[in-house]
Design a binder for this molecule. Sequence first.
Ligand code: TEU
Length: 569
Amino acid sequence: MKHAWWKESVVYQIYPRSFADSDGDGIGDLNGITAKLDHLKTLGVDVVWLSPIYRSPNDDNGYDISDYRAIMAEFGTMADFDTMLAGMHQRGIKLMMDLVVNHCSDEHAWFQAARTSRDNPYHDYFIWRDPKPDGSPPTNWEAAFNGSVWEWNEPTGEYYLHMFSKKQPDLNWENPQVRAEVHALMRFWLDKGVDGFRMDVINMISKPWRADGSLPDAPVVREGFLQPGFALTCNGPRLLEYLREMKAEVLDHYDTITVGEAPMATTQQGREISNERSGALNMLFQFEHMDLDSGPLGKWDLKPLDLRDLKRTMSRWQDELAGEGWNSLYLSNHDQPRPVSRFGDDGEFRVVSAKMLGTWLHMHQGTPYVYQGEELGMTNVKFARIDDYQDIEILNMYRVATTERGQDPAQVLASIHAKGRDNARTPMPWTAGPNAGFTGGKPWLKLNPNYPQINAEQALADPDSVFHYYRRLIALRHAHPIVVYGRYDLLLPEHPHIYAYTRTLGAERLLVVCNFSHGQPVFELPADIFHSGTELMIANYPVPTEPASTEDLRALRLRPYEARVIRLR
Ligand code: TEU
């Protein structure tokens, strides 16, 4: 069996549009990434997950692909890609590409041909349905970016399915030719030396078809609100079959790292899909912990996080995949708000709470993902005007909420400040200089105004920065097998502010203690955990270690957002 190096790796996600611009057009590009590879090498990451760089009209910033074998013009050329990949490999960094194959762009040649005629050879690459007898769309499903998932196509007099924007038609995975096309494009990139894939909404590729070829309507969650369409398409009947076929046809022939993005995934699906004996992918991005601060009406329905819910969710994934699969570990990506604003404190306690969140995440069992800027403790942004935002999900939601649902624009903007995807897409701040050193031109999206205080140059120069703390967290994982392979056990399940757990490997045991509050609760190590001595591994505050830590773990008062990792002897 191949060595599972992906279990011992830390992955860094780059959202190329916002990472580094080399040619002054205000948009990040591949040469910009190449110029910043030493930042990643210093941080100590092993793999880069690169959000889509393929040709695209950018209706959804590259998650709408019009040519899977060409580089988006704004990002550069295939030669630039080859230079970037060589630069990564020279530094011992592997590359995961973003495989977006639940859908493509409506500007892809396949769709351009398919929509001309029901007899076109590409017509069956997509999902078409006639209207209901009364002329309405085939189902009542709502798209992730608002509106119906069905868009009328005049030339063939039928609807096509798009779970996201109407410019992102879903591919028909029932069609073996579609699956063969995907396998071929995967081989194209793997043969160029790419080391794996992050697979976009991969658990949506098998639709819940009924025997008669129809699809069920969505249940009403509450008056005027439907269950989102994609909730019905997650984890369909042939998903595992398609993924196992992909493994046999492609992945088994290369030494890859794979992660499947899986909204609504359960631990059972996690075990089935990431099981090393009978599964298909190395791990999933599950969303349960990302939905704990959302009310019944979805992400914009803001709800405070109850730490005990996070304990239950994360512990269930840790426990139920132990030995039966593998977890990804993430709090941040290009779709999620910045963790320090969401789960920490982006004001007085920004640095310590960013370090605490990093400790909490990186000491769990699984492969950690660091999203660009997370290592700097970047915060959410609060643009005053909706016109300052770019994300299709934000703009569509704002329009529907304020015009069709009559909601107060200020209240809608407040939910965008809390949960909007552009929070994570403000350009990466490299310096305190003009445009934070991101571009010599006009940034495609406004910078976060705090870049003079929060930027990579400042972080590298400050030994107490979030950056150097993340570097040490990553080094701990590389140096100590217990961090990768140790058994996870939750402590204090009902404590509302302290998240504590142990990792155990043979006779070795680590204690991880995180205070998720600005208060100063007392941590009490349970009496059944015996130890004769302690060794501090990492902490986000100065901790007395001489003489050997005299502090009593049975009654340890924690400082605001304090985190410690202690080896128990
Ligand atoms: O996101 C899939 C997904 O679940 C999104 O609906 C996500 O949960 C939402 O944006 C959070 O508000 C993937 C990509 O990560 C996202 O950027 C794309 O827009 C989407 O698929 C379509 O490709």
